[in-house]
Design a binder for this molecule. Sequence first.
Ligand SMILES: Nc1ncnc2c1ncn2[C@@H]1O[C@H](COP(=O)(O)OP(=O)(O)O)[C@@H](O)[C@H]1O
Ligand SMILES: [Mg+2]
Length: 220
Amino acid sequence: MLIITHLSKRHPRAARPVFSALDLAVAAGEVVALIGESGVGKSTLLNCIAGLEPADAGSILIGPAAADIVHLDEAARAALRASAIGFVFQAFHVLPTLTVAQNVAVPLLLSRVPLHDHAPRIESLLARVGLAGFGARWPATLSGGELQRVAIARALVHRPALILADEPTGNLDPRTADEVLALLLERVREQNASALIVTHSQHVAQRCDRILTLTPEGLE
Ligand SMILES: Nc1ncnc2c1ncn2[C@@H]1O[C@H](COP(=O)(O)OP(=O)(O)O)[C@@H](O)[C@H]1O
Ligand SMILES: [Mg+2]
């Protein structure tokens, strides 16, 4: 579902690369925890996989069709991202001027899911993340834990092959963080998606299928 080969990335004007010749494969249905010290390059790696930042060399094959997001043009990259990837950000990025249901609908509007399927899908997924009845609410009236549940529902609603989560609980208290991440893991497994989850929680990492540590020398 995800095959990274010899990936290299250096930020403009940076003295040394964030990573070079990095290899990683995540199987269909596998959930991988990515840990590592602050500043080591975890976010950069996730952004490269999502095609949000350019890589310098190497390839990143995504989804059943194994499309190489490094070498696609911008339009094809956006289409691949919309169909095959779900992204959960640390700071939620729930849009304040849309209701909860409208936020979750965004990936559906970018995909080819028929319109009459949108409402039932959104409703059932909101229920699965513990937000039944929240569809008409405004984000400003939700707690941090609830907002991150909205973001998780939004990342899964188009049933992407690959879920990327960048410290999805970094803005939550430890107990809420564990609850929200457990829920993300359950839903990812339920949809048989592959996932790469950056986390600082040992507890959460232990619940994943595999733990990888990013160091200045590479992945181990
Ligand atoms: N847009 C950027 N331009 C230049 N340097 C950056 C940029 N983004 C991140 N970096 C640097 O790249 C390194 C890795 O950052 P990051 O991927 O955010 O690490 P992590 O997510 O593991 O904390 C850090 O040294 C950071 O300062
Ligand atoms: Mg980061």
